[in-house]
Design a protein around this ligand. Sequence first.
Ligand code: ADP
Length: 254
Amino acid sequence: MAINHAGGSTVRVEQVDKQYDSKQGTVQALADINFEVSPGEFICLVGPSGCGKTTLFRILAGLEPPTSGEVILNGSTVTKPNTDMGIVFQEYHLFPWQTVRENVAFGLKKANVPKDERSQRVQQLIDLVGLEGFEDSYPKELSGGMKQRVALARALAIDPSLLLMDEPFGAVDAQTREMLQDELIDIWRETNKTVLFVTHDVEEAVKLADRVVVMGRNPGSIRGIVEIDLVRPRSRADPEFGEYYERVRDLIHT
Ligand code: ADP
């Protein structure tokens, strides 16, 4: 199994609503969410705490059903996580008793990929995320940034056409975060995946995305979608970067 360069998923989010019933009454977490993502696009979902980012992420990943509406991935309604998607969470979710190599191999083993092919593929992925030399290390021996590289390699292992990332760099220091952002852009360009990346950080969204889906709260809804027409690599010192940053921030607060 080689790394697939054939392109990413199409995602359609259609009239998604989500309500939670609690003792205090009904919470409208998401209201009338609609957007479409083209194959190979890098989309950031950005918004303040409580605007429904996690809820929308869980619905996109099939971890939670919407109250109404649907998510359509490559023509099929999402009802549970599937092999078209690779998921990366903020908290890594690595198996502490497994080495880097074993963690990355997890999905391939589950998919019954033969051993030789599996080893080759795992090595390719470890090289892709820059972890050569750490194949036999355990998660507790790695820094936060390295753990997130393992999580990314594991998500890419089954060669999904969609990469879903929930605040993946939220737990690492600022310098590592910038490095991981640059590496993710390189990997995205090399693999042509569709990426849906959730963040509360406006600067991160403007740095990474082709389009930023801007959310606000009460209820969680889309305030606007901003196309970021800047060449990469992007610099926050660029005045145009600053203009996009202000535009997204203003939308959040409308
Ligand atoms: P974000 O990730 O943007 O911070 P969330 O999706 O976590 O937002 O939450 C959106 C809203 O839904 C909030 O008002 C939150 O309190 C509410 N909410 C989230 N999960 C639940 C739940 N399981 N039960 C009740 N309310 C929830």
